[in-house]
Every structure is written in C-alpha cells, then in structure tokens.
Design a protein around this ligand. Sequence first.
Ligand code: SF4
Length: 215
Amino acid sequence: MNKKKRLNEIYKRLFSYFGRQYWWPGNSKFEIVLGAILTQNTNWINVEKAINNLKKGKALSAKKVFDMPIDKLALMIKPAGYFNLKAKRLKNFINLLFAEYAGRLSALFNQDLTALRQSLLSVNGIGEETADSIILYAAGLPVFVVDAYTKRVFSRHKFIAHSASYAETQKFFMENLSGNVRMFNEFHALIVRLGKEFCLKNKPRCGLCPIRRKV
Ligand code: SF4
C-alpha cells in the first residue's frame, strides 16, 4: 500500500474507533480563537476555566477584551497558566484585529488562506500551530494542523522523518489527503486522541492501538 492509501486508511481506522470528536469546542468563532491562543502549553481543562472566567465576567467579546486593562485580563485567564504572557498575546491579537480589521473577525477571515496565515503569524505569540488551528477551526479554511502528536505518530511509522519541520509535516498531509476542511478538522482531533491514549511519548501502547499492524 502506498503512503497516500495508508494515510487514508489510518484516518478511517481512527474515525471508526474513536468516532467524531466535535472539535473545536467553543460557542463562537471568537471563543475558538481565544481557546487556540490559551491552550499553548496547558491542558484544555485549564483553558475552559479561563474562558469560563471571561464568560462570567461578561467579557467574551473582542471589544470587551480590547477595552480591558491587561492586568485584569491576566487575572481572568490565570487558570490557563503563563497568564501574563498569554494576556499579552491575546492583546497583541486583539490590537491587530482593531487596527486592521475594524475589530471584526469576519473581516479578518474574509481573505484567502495565505494572506490570513500571514496576518496571524505577524502577531507576536502566534506560531504556526496556533495560526493553523484558528484558520481551520474558526475560519473554516482547509489547512492541516500539525502538533507534537502528529510528528510522534507519523515519524514512528516512517511517514515523515523524526527531524521533519512543521512545514514539511504539513506538506506531507496536504499532499496526501483531499483538501477537505471536515476531514482536516476530524483527523487532527483524532491524532490528538491517539497520542494521548495510545501513542505515549515513552511507552506507546502499540499492543492495544487501533491502527496497529495495518500501517
Ligand atoms: S501506539 Fe504504536 S501502533 Fe499506535 S500509533 Fe503509536 S507507534 Fe503506532
């Protein structure tokens, strides 16, 4: 079986084993963007606590975050960890949104994928994984999100080199999957699930893994 077929087979196996993942959690595009920035270096439970603080404080909008003093914002998102740094990152993003897009996510997202990616990457504190998560899950445009789990699983199975860069890994997926938002959405979420439950860093649970022997 060639790499393309094997990759698509893995997707099917993961989907049939884990089912639909319903990513990205969030009731609005703005909440998804916030979550993508806040989830850096922490787990989702902590992000949810931070977002709930903003909800309780009726501050879950671009304008509210724009108007809020940075120290107050940092306190509200404290559960997400690195809260001073993350407050700065949120402010950097919001400042771009108001400076260039009249504070409207719809205006930011109303550009082609390459231009949107460049805009997001111009924000201090938004790297490739965060930018692509925003593009895929909030803007709904077809880009494949790469994370540490993706590199671990697919280098272990020799689809990519252990030293593969973000761009090289992404290129591999984009070239070998049909450019379909729904599949990119689901596949990334399934890989995260696989990495958390089976493809552990030190002791992968290959004997129980849903893709074992078939890849
Ligand atoms: S747990 Fe083993 S079989 Fe499963 S993805 Fe990781 S290396 Fe592959």
